[in-house]
Ligand binder design. Sequence first.
Ligand code: AMP
Ligand code: GLY
Length: 412
Amino acid sequence: MRVLVLGNGGREHALAWKLSMSPLVTDLYAIPGNPGIARVASIEDVSDPVGIAKWARDNQIDLTVVGPEYLLSVGIADIFAEYGLKLFGPSKEAATLESSKVFSKELMRKYGIPTAGFAVFSRFDEAKQYLEGKDCPLVIKADGLAGGKGVVVAKNKAEAISALQSIMIDRVFGEAGNFVVIEDFLEGKEVSVFALVNGDKVIPLVDARDYKAAYDGGEGPNTGGMGAYSPVEDYTDELSRRVYEEILEPTALGMVNEGRPFRGILYAGLMISPEGDPYVLEYNVRFGDPEAEVVLPRLKSDLLEAIVALMDGRTVELEWEGSCVGVVLVSKGYPKEYEVGYPIKGLERVQDVLVFHAGTAMKEGELVTAGGRVLVVSALGKDREEARQKAYEAVSLIEFVGMEFRSDIGRN
Ligand code: AMP
Ligand code: GLY
């Protein structure tokens, strides 16, 4: 099969790396790719979604796998469908599961999928009045995509009102703030779960936990993710069975019932309550980054075979191994201002880990930094402690000017 991966981050490097090992693949391509992906795939330079679809048609691509949400939200799956091309990723309508909190909360309510209690508002005065009868903390969410900044956990009424004010009156997220969801605060531990989905068919992947805060101990601003590990030990087999039955399958069936069948990687961000019950905090319509970089190394089975089976309406059992810890190396200053263009040294010394490229580039034959998140060092071990030690040992051999990372990934 001729396979194409779309995207250029660590997540897409992990996807391309895993797909490249499939005996079903004859040729693997990536658009736009990065220097890490270039080791396992041929990189093509095509820009807009229609251009990519034309390229895929002209190059007889049998299957395209999409990494990032922005391509999905602009309807890459719909464009590929118009060209009669197979693509593993949701249509624009199905991607609403991530792009509208109101849609996803109402879907959960309709299909009895466990989630925090909520109410939806389009008028500031009504939202403010609703607060009167509620206890804090409360969670205020802008309906639309807000670059990960649209959620405020308000500790008191003043914070809640100020969040409503900035979303609904100052309109800091523009149209994404036409509606707000006010949600009950849930206590517990967060875990991310993933599944390959096509319509009513679901192949569950495994769980992971990511580290959003920039600095050790959960301090500092939120980032795209500073590291992750898989599996999460307190996420038991019993819980995983319940999540399949109470969340993943009803979500897939609900989407079919709504006339928006989902195809692609479904990511459910869960809160596990102190009583051990799972609740959905949010859905994403793509793999997590850096979660993909710790989930895929554990997969013993052929990812492509599983996707092909699903596209044909069949499910398969997947086999998993070990424990994986991934540490993200970032440019000093990330997630705010940072500098790029610094040579990355020491990669040739690193052994027994996977180094996924996130923000790298080639400059005059040399690998240099080109983004906030630069590399993800993922190590597989028999348990989390072994994986963590291997990952940090490798990290200590890599250097670039301004290199920063959290030192507590996988520790807890
Ligand atoms: P979301 O984008 O909806 O996942 O929200 C981003 C983050 O806000 C989550 O990862 C949680 O840490 C937190 N959060 C969202 N909703 C809730 C909730 N109902 N209770 C507690 N924390 C929440
Ligand atoms: N690591 C969180 C995300 O991919 O959204």
